[in-house]
Design a protein around this ligand. Structure first.
Ligand SMILES: [Zn+2]
Ligand SMILES: [Zn+2]
Length: 278
């Protein structure tokens, strides 16, 4: 057990709020420091200003997310604490791998559902950002957070019945999640052009990949991998071109802009842009 001698639930919530809140704020703060550099400004995916009041709006949403996450994670720890195995490297790695894969699937499925007109209002907070910045990583409605975090942790709970899991594995995954979230919302392309077409880039996302989701809505629903979007035909055809433009310091200046794609049978399928629900 990482948490000492079974604290009471309120103390557990407070402890998680402090620790998980601080980690989240630190990742966003580091993301911001990188985002504000001259190098980052040159590598913007969308060369546009944030909308008026966006930062204030997202900061308030972040307060709700920190509180909601603390309650969810503390409740989960109190509920499943005794089920966790003592630390061992193989168990931690298995837990990490399972959490990573489970979250990818859970996020893609719920994210697509949340873009349906009848559910979009629960996801609209995250799309206050058409142009993202690191704080967008914490801009969610409380309900969406319950679905995301609660569902992901419930998947882990189910896995605990199949194989032993450790809290170290979960914490390591959460750290990865927070860090990639801050980088992924930076609207800054740090990865080289060749990444997108490499085998690694055909598995993992880039900041460009997610920036395009915020700009266009209907496509690129995945979390930190592109596999489900590729398999379900929800990738944008001009993703490599948009990525290359950002790397050339010539990020897009219009939100709806599409780039020409050289005809090739190997190019991924395009997702049509549908009018937004809200
Ligand atoms: Zn986002
Ligand atoms: Zn979305």
């Amino acid at each position: 057990m990482l948490l000492l001698d079974r604290p009471s639930l309120p103390m557990l919530v407070l402890g998680v709020l402090l620790i998980s809140g601080m980690v989240k704020l630190l990742t966003v703060a580091f993301g911001w420091l990188a985002w504000r550099t001259r190098a980052a400004e040159r590598l913007r995916v969308y060369r546009r200003e944030l909308s008026e009041g966006q930062l204030r709006n997202e900061a308030w949403a972040a307060v709700g997310v920190l509180l909601a996450d603390a309650a969810i994670i503390a409740g989960f720890l109190a509920w499943t604490g005794p089920l966790h195995a003592p630390f061992s490297l193989p168990t931690a790695l298995w837990t990490y791998a399972w959490m990573f894969v489970g979250y990818e699937v859970w996020f893609y499925a719920t994210h697509r559902l949340l873009h349906l007109p009848r559910f979009y209002r629960f996801h609209a907070q995250h799309h206050v950002a058409r142009v993202t910045e690191p704080l967008t990583a914490l801009s969610f409605s409380v309900l969406e957070r319950v679905v995301l975090m609660g569902g992901g942790l419930c998947l882990h709970y189910a896995a605990l019945h199949l194989m032993p899991g450790t809290q170290v594995g979960i914490i390591a995954y959460m750290l990865t999640n927070y860090a990639l979230n801050a980088v992924g919302h930076g609207n800054t392309e740090w990865l080289p052009k060749r990444f997108v077409t490499s085998w690694v880039g055909r598995i993992f996302f880039t900041p460009t990949f997610h920036a395009m989701h915020h700009a266009r809505y209907q496509g690129h629903y995945g979390l930190y991998t592109v596999l489900l979007d590729r398999w379900f035909g929800t990738t944008f055809e001009d993703y490599p071109q948009v990525h290359a433009r950002a790397r050339d310091g010539e990020g897009l200046t219009r939100m709806g802009e599409r780039l020409p794609v050289a005809a090739s049978p190997a190019t991924p399928s395009a997702a049509p842009e549908a009018p937004q629900a809200m």
